[in-house]
Design a protein around this ligand. Structure first.
Ligand code: SAH
Length: 342
């Protein structure tokens, strides 16, 4: 069976041509897919025969809502989607002044092993397909009635560990007949896979690359992020510098503030030294507590911020949205896994 929704318009056009159908059919079908149809039967401007043929040869696997939580505080909506094979992933729809943003997942689980993250507790089950990523954006909008203008790849999974799928996803959401969302409205967050960052740089996309740094020294970073053991902070920051030189896009460094682990003054000083001279932006994230982890939120966020600013670094502190609904990535899936297991 053909995963028709993971195809580009060009591929779809060639596919239809091979089957003796005119090119405009491909565009008609492509448009239907991005209107969020859940069956080929709904494609009412195609002949009944063609609709039947498509249903016989292609899969269309829209997710269903397994759980949904709406924050009473700020309207943030969290979706737990059930995919065709029964796996679950999360998306979060956040309302910001600069536009509604959906945070989506790219894998079922994660194999990166970060000590503070709920997504990685049970490891990685599988990669998502491009269609499964698109559907999170599409069906969050359809279910909520809230139009989305921004996408962040900061849900479950490591985007650069599912590289080809993520690249295809980006092309599809960017397409005028697809979701038509501009690259500058997309952020991709990575734990810092340097080879893949170099590979991504070659595409010179205008998206924002966020790098989860979380510590400026190898000892601390390797302790909380196993991925650091083979890379190291210096090589990662050098790679980011190269990325900036190639793409002209300023890197955003994420830094989850953990009590007694990465929030000391000397770490702020070292962080500032590491980032000197390259346009960068540090986003401090108040740690979300995860049930499976002993790590606690830092009480030094303001002091750490000031120290970085005194060194001339641009800093923001992430506003906490959906605090009442487990909105940190991976938490709702974990909860459902705990409650659903006997
Ligand atoms: N794998 C990607 C994207 C996933 S998570 C990455 O590592 O960047 C998106 C961001 O949330 C990352 O910066 C991640 O480190 C952070 N994060 C994960 N768990 C968190 C928690 N419990 N509290 C605060 N931030 C967390």
């Amino acid at each position: 069976m053909v995963d028709i929704k993971s195809m580009s318009l060009e591929e779809l056009t060639a596919w239809f041509k091979d089957r003796g159908e005119p090119a405009f059919r491909a565009k008609q079908v492509f448009r239907w897919l991005y209107r969020g149809v859940t069956s080929f039967e709904e494609m009412s401007n195609l002949s009944k025969t063609l609709r039947r043929k498509l249903a016989e040869t292609c899969t269309l696997t829209p997710p269903t809502v397994a759980r949904k939580q709406v924050s009473a505080q700020d309207g943030t909506i969290k979706y737990l989607w059930r995919l065709a094979d029964g796996s679950c992933v999360e998306s979060v729809l956040m309302r910001y002044q600069h536009g509604n943003t959906v945070c989506i997942s790219c894998q079922v689980g994660c194999r990166m092993g970060c000590a503070f993250c709920a997504s990685t507790v049970a490891g990685k089950v599988r990669d998502l397909t491009p269609a499964e990523m698109i559907d999170q954006v599409l069906f969050s909008q359809i279910d909520s009635g809230v139009p989305v203008s921004n996408i962040v790849l900061m849900g479950i999974g490591e985007p650069l560990d599912n590289f080809d799928t993520v690249l295809r996803f980006l092309t599809l959401v960017n397409h005028p007949d697809g979701l038509n969302i501009g690259m500058r409205h997309i952020s991709l967050s990575t734990c810092g896979l340097t080879e893949q960052i170099d590979k991504l740089a070659l595409h010179e996309l205008q998206l924002t690359l966020s790098v989860s740094l979380h510590a400026p020294d190898d000892e601390t970073r390797s302790q909380i992020m196993p991925v650091n053991r083979s890379v190291g902070v210096e090589k990662l920051v050098d790679t980011c510098r190269r990325y900036f030189e190639k793409t002209g896009r300023r890197i955003s460094y994420e830094y989850a503030m953990i009590d007694g682990v990465n929030d000391a003054d000397w770490q702020a000083d070292l962080l500032a030294r590491r980032l000197k001279g390259a346009p960068a932006h540090v986003n401090l994230i108040p740690l979300n507590e995860v049930e499976e982890s002993p790590l606690k939120p830092s009480r030094r966020v303001a002091a750490f911020r000031k120290r970085l600013e005194d060194h001339g670094i641009t800093v923001t502190v992430r506003r906490k949205l959906g605090g009442d609904i487990d909105a940190s990535c991976g938490q709702l899936r974990r909860r459902a896994m705990r409650e659903d297991s006997p």
